[in-house]
Design a protein around this ligand. Structure first.
Ligand SMILES: *[C@@H]1O[C@H](CO)[C@@H](O)[C@H](O)[C@H]1NC(C)=O
Length: 400
């Protein structure tokens, strides 16, 4: 209390100002000067560091920070696909045309159709659909489905409808069916391979770490000469693991479980390669997928497995593959002028977390393109879609 209050009010601010000025002139404090350049925002997309990476989620975070979904959605807003590549499923007259409240399908002469498909399906318009392999449960079926055998040559009114299914590339009707199921939009019922029924019991573990020493996963046990040649030429250019019979380089078939024990289903079960396929693929940045036949709309589970497992497919197959998958989801091998060019693109991508993460944006930013329809037309929904058609035709009452 030595100085009067009024004096403090004057002296303290004066002293403070003097000290500040002194500091400024002696460059202790560097305040920004108006003439220094101010960063200008650019419209150019920022590029992150290129670096070897293994952590997929960390790569996603880099992409989010530097690119982001808004940019991705805008970039692909005009993404054009051929809507007729997939049969429409939203026929508004469906209920009006539906005549039957219940339809039963007896699956006969089957080879690979999984038993897990046997079910009573609730379908649209309140209809139910019994899909069964049991002639006991479907003793009086509305339709009989043939997959590996030719249907009877004739059918009278009152007999079950004859359904024939061929999802192979050749897609040949038997000539004796009332309904033909194939993979193509022009078939009576289309069934894509983009379903989970193909692999109901599987280890679905997805690795968060992607290998950086080995970039490409491949597995094939039907060593067709053309596919094998292409795979051999491409894989010679890049570090890869080949798990199947063809070009095996992991010490024999089924080495996946010794590399990735976490992919095992159960210690008591004899492992099948398909049980751990999904989990094994997830450790790789890329999965090579080559169709056995290159033809329009023929896209098999080889591609969808890779997408499902969180890998980026390197695809050789249907020329119209983009009508079935989301934008920027796969690497279309046929678009490169040489396999060398493709290999160097893949290697660069493997060391660029942001560019690599962008191949996963479709699943993180909302699915664009036809992919939703591709999945809706898969074998998972085949029972209801077939039963609805049988109903529209009138089932056993259909004219012969
Ligand atoms: C669209 O897809 C359908 C069915 O696959 C095909 O017949 C047609 O030629 C395609 N159109 C174009 C323009 O690619």
């Amino acid at each position: 209390m030595l100085l009067p209050l009024k004096l403090i009010n004057y002296i303290v601010p004066m002293l403070a100002t003097a000290i500040l000025l002194l500091l400024l002139f002696s460059h202790y404090l560097d305040l920004p000067s108006l003439s220094s350049p101010v960063p200008i925002s650019t419209s150019v997309r920022p590029r992150g560091p290129k670096a070897a990476f293994t952590d997929l989620v960390a790569a996603f975070e880099l992409w989010d920070a530097e690119v982001g979904c808004a940019w991705f959605r805008e970039k692909h807003a005009g993404w054009a696909t051929n809507a007729s590549a997939i049969r429409p499923d939203d026929d508004n007259d469906e209920c009006a045309a539906a005549r039957m409240s219940h339809v039963s399908v007896l699956v006969k002469g089957w080879t690979w159709i999984p038993d897990s498909m046997d079910d009573l399906y609730p379908c649209r318009c309140g209809m139910t659909c019994l899909w069964t392999k049991s002639p006991v449960l479907a003793d009086n079926p509305d339709a009989v489905l043939f997959e590996s055998v030719t249907p009877p040559a004739t059918r009278k009114k009152g007999d079950p409808l004859r359904v024939y299914m061929d999802l192979e590339a050749s897609r040949k009707p038997s000539g004796f069916e009332d309904i033909f199921i194939g993979y193509h939009a022009k078939d009576d019922v289309q069934s894509t391979y983009a379903g989970t029924l193909f692999h109901k019991s599987r280890n679905y573990h997805v690795s968060s770490q992607k290998r950086n020493d080995v970039l490409v996963y491949w597995s094939s046990s039907r060593c067709l000469p053309q596919r094998n040649q292409l795979a051999k030429r491409f894989l010679s250019l890049i570090f890869h693991h080949s798990f199947g019979e063809c070009l095996n380089n992991v010490g024999g078939p089924d080495a996946a479980l010794s590399l990735y024990p976490e992919c095992s289903m159960s210690e008591n079960l004899v492992p099948h390669w398909w049980d751990h396929l999904h989990c094994a693929m997830s450790h790789y940045k890329f999965v090579l997928a080559i169709e056995n036949t290159i033809t329009e709309s023929y896209i098999t589970e080889k591609l969808y497995y890779a997408l499902d497992s969180g890998a980026v497919p390197i695809y050789f197959g249907a020329p119209n593959v983009w009508d079935f998958v989301p934008p920027h989801s796969i690497i279309d091998g046929s678009k490169f002028s040489s396999l060398e060019e493709l290999a160097s693109y893949v290697k660069e991508l493997a060391d660029d977390p942001i560019a690599y993460a962008e191949y996963h944006s479709w699943r993180r930013c909302g699915v664009m393109g036809n992919y939703g329809k591709t999945r809706a037309a898969s074998i998972d929904t085949l029972p209801c879609r077939l039963c609805e058609l049988i109903s529209r035709k009138g089932g056993r009452n259909a004219r012969s």
